[in-house]
Design a binder for this molecule. Structure first.
Ligand SMILES: [Zn+2]
Length: 400
């Protein structure tokens, strides 16, 4: 197994020193300083690379960073100008059409039955309330109703929020939990799983609710997409050149996120993002169960598991326990209440926190040392097999 790739700290330090020099020398902001450093380097190294593309990125980043717009979903063209709304809708409709043709319907009978039991307007209200506490007004909350949800019988997918098309795709609960072995399990084993879900979640419907809420949290997070590239003209499938969802940022450029804090990367904070999303989803599920007329016995079972055996709730249990440890440690070191630290993370989802504010960096540095954010940024999405190893090593290194 590969170890976590180590950053070149000396290089990162030199980079940071150069940037400081530019800012002290009158550069307006971080981006301008970066541009100056890049130009300087281009002079040193012969044969500059793709100047036009670099300009596009710098220009686009400047627009994206100009202010924190309280809007949970923003889509831009490649040059950073806002994409006309109808393009986003066209993309969504094309995928829905393709999906229906392929699967025969938009949702499975089980999910449709589940949607009938769910009070979507209550769920929406709860999401609006949470978002408002982080200054996102309700008309800007990207809550997705049943019309934007797809599901199918297939055992080959987990649930996912598809940022490119603003759609949620739900998996089949009979397969998703412990799917590594259940994928090929016989009827009896699947039956066991349903029993297990009833025991831990209270009912399979609560398990479904948590899946739905988890993906909704991704949807209402700060989502930015820039430069959609269609890869399949039949389905309309494709990707963004740059995308951000909550803390997670991905770019087509391997050196997009140059920063003295988290060094170089093109896919950063995916694991932190899932941890915060799942922890918040668990809270929202409880809020919904308690504010609706859900059977009290089932609610009690879910609440008991949440409070006493959260590891049994599966799906990102290790990641939630990681964020819990991080919160505890920072709190005890800084004397800030755990609730306030947790609030910082929740707010980060809605604002698209980038860890560029020196005060925030300090908070992590003082508790865990200067390498913590870099390593955290680099922890990969738990879907990939090396992550368990990475996460274990990370926990060991920072005593979490
Ligand atoms: Zn997720």
């Amino acid at each position: 197994m590969s170890k976590i790739e180590r950053y070149n700290y000396e290089e990162a330090y030199n980079e940071s020193a150069k940037m400081r020099e530019k800012i002290e020398g009158g550069a307006a902001d971080y981006n301008e300083a970066e541009k100056l450093v890049e130009k300087e380097r281009a002079g040193e190294i012969s044969g500059t690379n793709n100047e036009i593309k670099d300009n596009h990125h710098v220009q686009a980043d400047r627009i994206l960073n100009s202010e924190k717009v309280p809007f949970s979903r923003e889509i831009y063209l490649e040059d950073g100008t806002p994409e006309p709304d109808h393009l986003d809708q066209q993309r969504q409709q094309k995928i829905i059409k393709y999906f229906k043709e392929k699967e025969g319907c938009q949702n499975t009978i089980e999910w449709k039955e589940f949607f009938n039991k769910i009070d979507f307007s209550l769920l929406r209200e709860i999401f609006n309330e949470v978002a408002l506490s982080y200054e996102v007004p309700k008309e800007k909350v990207n809550f997705i109703g049943p019309e934007g949800i797809l599901s199918h019988e297939g055992a080959y997918t987990n649930s996912v929020y598809m940022q490119e098309y603003n759609l949620i795709q739900l998996g089949n609960p009979n397969y998703t939990n412990d799917h590594k072995y259940l994928l090929w399990a016989d009827e009896e084993k699947r039956g066991d799983l349903v029993c297990k879900l009833n025991e831990t979640f209270g009912s399979i419907d609560i398990f479904r609710l948590k899946q739905l809420v988890h993906e909704q949290v991704h949807a209402v997070s700060k989502n930015i997409g820039r430069g959609f590239v269609e890869k399949n003209s039949k389905s309309g499938g494709g990707y963004f050149l740059y995308k951000q969802s909550g803390f997670w940022r991905v770019s087509d450029r391997r050196d997009e996120f140059k920063s003295p804090v988290y060094s170089e990367g093109y896919d950063i904070f995916p694991l932190l993002n899932e941890a915060v999303v799942e922890k918040l989803a668990r809270e929202i599920v409880l809020k919904y169960l308690e504010s609706s007329n859900w059977p009290k016995v089932e609610v009690a079972i879910y609440k008991n598991t949440l409070n006493h055996h959260p590891e049994k709730l599966g799906g990102y249990a290790d990641q939630v326990s990681l964020i819990d440890s991080i919160i505890k440690k920072i709190s005890s070191k800084s004397n800030v209440a755990e609730e306030d630290i947790w609030n910082f993370f929740k707010k980060g989802l809605f604002e698209g926190e980038k860890f560029e504010d020196p005060d925030k960096i300090k908070l992590f540095k003082e508790t865990f040392g200067s390498e913590f954010l870099k390593q955290l940024a680099y922890l990969q999405h738990p879907m990939f097999t090396v992550s368990e190893y990475q996460l274990g090593e990370f926990k060991e290194e920072f005593n979490l």
